[in-house]
Ligand binder design. Structure first.
Ligand code: 5GP
Ligand code: ZN
Length: 114
């Protein structure tokens, strides 16, 4: 747990969150400021600040995030299409520095995203 990390606080149960999935390694929950009718995040419980800090040995964990993201997307009825996004750093649009996979769907997604 990292001090001052909002997602570590969600994991620790210190702030309310609409959980969609949880196991010993990962958690999924609805985004507080949804950019599409369905918008949820999948995160590791381990504090990894950003994609560039993924280490050798984290491959299975990162694969698990993507796997769960797809499973939840289909469970939530997004089989017709959805977008998965991972932002790194300021220019990538990252605002919360705890690794997360966004899943957005329920409307036609634009490309390029801008
Ligand atoms: P980023 O811009 O870092 O890729 O995405 C961070 C996301 O986290 C944003 O979509 C933002 O709405 C979401 N977020 C920030 N704080 C909270 C929070 O306290 N709870 C939830 N559920 N989502 C949050
Ligand atoms: Zn964290």
């Amino acid at each position: 747990m990292e001090e001052n990390c909002v997602f570590c606080k969600l994991i620790a149960g210190e702030m309310p969150v609409e959980k969609l999935f949880e196991d010993e390694e990962i958690m999924a929950f609805n985004d507080i400021n949804p950019q599409a009718p369905t918008h949820f995040l999948v995160i590791p419980k381990q504090h990894i600040a950003k994609p560039g800090e993924i280490q050798d040995g984290d491959e299975a964990l990162v694969g698990k995030l993507v796997h769960r993201a797809t499973r939840l997307a289909h469970k939530l009825g997004l089989g017709n299409g959805y977008r998965m996004v991972i932002n790194h750093g300021d220019d990538g649009g990252q605002t919360v520095f705890h690794l997360h996979v966004h899943v957005l769907g329920g409307r036609r997604m634009l490309w390029p995203p801008g």
